[in-house]
Design a protein around this ligand. Structure first.
Ligand SMILES: Nc1ncnc2c1ncn2[C@@H]1O[C@H](COP(=O)(O)OP(=O)(O)OP(=O)(O)O)[C@@H](O)[C@H]1O
Length: 766
């Protein structure tokens, strides 16, 4: 034991010495941070004391300084976990930097001396002489920390991950990137401590919120994070390859690179509100509080929050681009619903009347070739009604012959318009005949199956019309009531078709009339007015500079259209995995995406390593992948735990027995892992599953299959796999999602429909 013991002892002292060295550096960093904090506070106070005098230029300068100091203070005050997390020891450079990134050119093996050591952290910190104490992880100089591999080490001799708690360094983990050399630092051999930081991170218990991965971003991920912003960056990769993590780190990177452009201008679209709350903490941990809008696809329309799920049959109709046609007709029909069929006014000493046929013709003229939002056509409706009434009024009169007669007729016309358009019968008629229509009101009209079927024509089949109507039956006549994420995209589409309703019913002269007079059919003024109106509506709907789509494989054509409307000027990062798609028509979604990206240059990346699931779980998932998306390669699992998934079964069709089995599994798993446990069930068994978890505490959640998207847990029970696979056309892909949520343990619990064979494996998973 002697020799072994002393070797261990020696390595312990080396470790302690290395930790002490890093502690010393961290202390210096914190001292410097405190100085900077004091400085920022001083600048703020000083600025506040100074009176508002000085040249505009000096004031602007001061304001800018105050702003920077304030922002800086806020970031410094953020108590970061692992503020300083990395270090690279580099060989002397013999080649100039490439695009601002230190050269990756291999070095001269004859010169294994560490020429410089760089510390990497969440923010950059300079010492009093402007020397770098810590380099921001997003800076080009930090790239080799993530890019260097033993095959392509570049200048990196050693990479070190530093773990700390508060202000105390508790560990270091090194990778020697040039085992072929004996690198030297300060005249001594470069010590190498620990056995890899990545594995330690991956094995940690999960909580209910996602952690950042700054200290262990891998090379293929780093390439995505730092990819140029222009055009569209498309990233695919299997479950657990870090797509979500990478997408969020990319947002932080873009902010670092061009804050002026991206602050407040990045939108991250997530499939569910659950995934939004799971990922919300990552950007603040990276020092980017409140700079990025992370929204669920069901919350993209202001003031609306999706709270319902549609059945798969209904989802596939609502998500389809066929809905555009249906909604166009629905909007038009909503306008006409209950419209009066006769207009009577008294003017020029007699009753004037427009009958149903006449009104129909006028309506057709108002809409013209279509295209203009219906609510914006109201001024035109008013004008064309007056035209029609006027021709009634002068029907029996001879046409004016002379110039003077024409002048006279024109004057009469003007006073006719003025008089009629102030009369209550006319105003009441206009309100009823061309009412302001809201998107929700239109949806509400589609509750009536007969109505929906009537306007559907070839857009949807009668059966589809029935399903749609049934899905909206709970709405009231104004459209109030819970909506699904699919409905939200429909509301957004309707908003475009309808335009903003006129603000109020104030009965004054229309802006259009002021601009144009009443005599031309369509005037420049009117077009300009409509144009401004359209721009106003568009402005109210935010435009983003960069849009990041997570789980892009699930977006329906209608959702792509909705996101596209917010991103006309944007550059894109789109991450997804077709094999996990719950949308049944990938080609249609692809076409919708192509339309949104409209010729933007695309750069493609593939992530290949599964950091979430141990090999034992990945292996089971791969079998379902082969059924769900034959030929799709499985990402390779980066670690294994030795714990194989368990297959349990309930043989009787007895809900109570199934519940007892599920609960027993959950309790067992709670004992086996330190973190979170989830049970995933078919969507229509969610209420049942909620009962199984009652009283088991906060570590346990019950999820419907579609709710599990993007989330992860230490252990999962996938209950009723056959039920999940049979839920929809995309069921097998949804099951693949469910099977890939666990970081440690998986139990598959099947019912009598899918009993396991002698080896305990249900047929579906063989
Ligand atoms: N380089 C890394 N270092 C440490 N952990 C990582 C790394 N990359 C990914 N992970 C971890 O792996 C897990 C999976 O990552 P993430 O959720 O981003 O994957 P995903 O590709 O979005 O998965 P899915 O397609 O299933 O939604 C997370 O816990 C993440 O923190």
């Amino acid at each position: 034991m002697g020799a072994h013991g002393s070797a261990e002892h020696r390595s312990d002292t080396v470790r302690d010495r290395e930790i002490a060295g890093e502690q010393c550096h961290l202390d210096t960093v914190y001292r410097r941070l405190e100085e900077k904090l004091a400085e920022a506070e001083y600048i703020l106070e000083d600025a506040a004391k100074r009176v508002q005098v000085g040249t505009p230029g000096a004031l602007a300068e001061r304001d800018a300084q105050v702003y920077r100091a304030g922002a800086h203070l806020q970031r410094l005050n953020n108590e970061f976990e692992d503020f300083l997390f990395g270090r690279i020891d580099l060989q002397r450079a013999d080649a100039p930097e490439e695009h601002g990134i230190p050269s990756q050119t291999p070095m001269d093996p004859a010169d294994p001396v560490v020429a410089e050591s760089l510390h990497i952290g969440r923010l950059g910190v300079l010492d009093a002489e402007f020397g770098p104490l810590v380099i921001d992880w997003r800076a080009p100089a930090a790239a080799p920390f993530y890019r260097a591999t033993p095959l392509e080490p570049g200048r990196v001799l050693r990479r070190r991950v530093i773990r700390s708690k508060g202000r105390k360094v508790i560990g270091v983990e090194d990778d020697l990137l040039r085992p072929d050399l004996t690198p030297v630092l300060g005249g001594e051999e470069l010590p190498v401590v620990g056995d890899g930081a990545l594995m330690a991170t991956l094995g940690r218990a999960r909580g209910h919120s996602m952690r950042d991965i700054v200290s262990s971003i891998q090379r293929e991920q780093d390439e995505v994070i730092r990819a140029a912003a222009a055009g569209a960056t498309l990233v695919t990769g299997g479950p657990g390859t870090g797509k979500t993590a990478v997408a969020l780190h990319r947002a932080a990177f873009l902010l670092y690179q061009d804050r002026r452009r991206y602050a407040g201008g990045i939108l991250v679209v997530s499939p569910t509100a659950l995934l939004v709350s799971y990922t919300e903490g990552v950007l603040p941990a990276l020092g980017e509080e409140g700079q990025v809008a992370i929204r669920a696809v069901g919350s993209l329309v202001d003031g609306v929050e999706a709270s319902r799920y549609d059945s798969p049959e209904v989802s596939r109709i609502k998500g389809s681009a066929r809905m555009v046609q249906l909604l166009r007709r629905a909007a038009r029909a909503a306008l006409e619903l209950g419209a009066p069929t006769e207009l009577r006014v008294f003017a020029r000493g007699r009753a004037l009347r427009l009958d149903a046929g006449r009104l129909k013709a006028v309506r057709g003229n108002v809409v013209g070739g279509g295209g203009t939002p219906l609510n914006l056509l109201r001024p035109r409706a008013r004008r064309l009604l007056l035209d029609a009434l006027w021709s009634e009024a002068v029907r029996d009169l001879p046409k004016p012959g002379t110039y003077a007669e024409r002048e006279q007729r024109q004057e009469e016309r003007e006073s006719f318009d003025e008089y009629v358009s102030d009369e209550a019968p006319f105003l009441d008629f206009l309100d009823a005949w061309w009412p302001a229509v809201t998107p929700r009101r239109v949806l509400a009209t589609l509750r009536q199956h007969r109505h929906t079927n009537r306007i559907a024509r070839r857009a949807v089949t009668p059966e589809e019309a029935r399903l749609l109507a049934a899905s909206w039956r709970h709405l009231d006549e104004r459209g109030a009531g819970g909506l699904s994420a699919h409905d939200v995209a429909l509301l957004d589409e309707l908003q475009v078709l309808l335009g903003e309703p006129a603000r109020s019913k104030v009965r004054e002269v229309d802006a259009v009339d002021l601009l144009t007079g009443l005599d031309e059919v369509t005037t420049y003024g009117e077009r300009a007015y409509r144009q401004r109106e359209r721009e106003r509506v568009a402005e109210e709907r935010r435009e983003y500079a960069h849009v990041i789509v997570d789980e892009a494989q699930d977006l329906t054509p209608m959702q792509w259209r909705m996101i596209g409307r917010r991103s006309r000027m944007a550059t894109w990062t789109i991450v997804g995995d077709p094999a996990q798609s719950s949308w049944p028509f990938p080609a249609e979604a692809q076409a919708a995406m192509d339309e949104v990206l409209a010729g933007k240059p695309r750069r493609r990346h593939t992530l290949t390593v599964n950091y979430r699931n141990p090999a034992e779980i990945a292996e089971v998932a791969a079998k379902v992948l082969e059924l769900a998306a034959p030929g799709t390669p499985s990402p390779s699992a980066v670690r294994s735990t030795g714990a194989h998934p368990r297959f349990a079964a309930v043989r009787e069709p007895d809900p109570a027995a199934f519940a007892a089995a599920a609960r027993a599994e959950l309790e067992r798993l709670l004992g086996e892992v330190d973190g979170t446990v989830a049970v995933v069930v078919p969507m229509d068994r969610r209420a049942e599953a909620a009962g199984w978890t009652a009283g088991l505490g906060e570590r346990v959640v019950a999820l419907g299959s579609l709710e599990a998207k993007g989330l992860e847990y230490d252990a999962t029970v996938v209950a009723d796999p056959t039920g999940i696979a049979g839920e929809s056309e995309a069921g097998l892909r949804v099951l693949y999602v469910a099977l890939t949520r666990a970081t440690q343990r998986l139990t598959v619990l099947s019912g009598p429909d899918d009993l396991p064979d002698a080896a305990g494996v249900p047929a579906l998973l063989k």
